[in-house]
Design a protein around this ligand. Sequence first.
Ligand SMILES: [Zn+2]
Length: 247
Amino acid sequence: MSKPIIQIAILGQPLPDFDPRELATWRSKAFVVKPEIESFQLDDHAKGNDWEFTDDQFEAGVRRDPTCAFLIIFVKVKLENNWYLRRLSDNRVVFTFYEMDQIVRFHGLPLKNLALRVLYAAVLIYRRYGERIPPASEITSYAHDETRGCLFDMNANKVDVVHSLHRPCVCDQCCSLLKQAKVSNELLAVVQSELHRVQKPLIDRLTGFVREHTLVSIGISILSALALGVVASLIASLIYENWLTAT
Ligand SMILES: [Zn+2]
């Protein structure tokens, strides 16, 4: 299974808690991220009527490296129609953290999960449409309005994105449509498997477990304390016996 090479670029001010180099070190059988991640200055003022940056402004911006399958440009400014992702020409997409970053941070999730969600969705779109990212002018139907924790949730209400940032999935309907579009079973299996690694930080998972299984957690704490006490007693006895033998 060949892996498309994804080019990543940062346009404008970077976010302090998003390190795009983490994407380049993410192990995947579905894609490769080009290790050189470049950042560019965002010069223009927003030209939209509601202070949003238009697709045309990005069209003239960062160019795709022809050795890469597609380019994902990360920004933090408002996009057309206040969408969080816009498809451009020449296999390029622009994704914004505008408003999304606050939602994700509020729920204690890393921005990296959001970026990975974009990467996996883009890979499947690229495969589905015959090794290309359809431009915004082309009508597509890969997203669904219902929130299912799926890569292709529309998230018209941006808050809903949190449902697909901890072990997201590709729902049954999307799997079926992707298979009809000749996306291989193997690629879908790889993506589903790797999406299990996109999850909350360990501390948040532990907190969630304690909240959901309070009695079990108390039991584990008591047993752990008892076990520690027994081990400490054994160690103390050994030290004492060795001391007696030595004297
Ligand atoms: Zn779906």
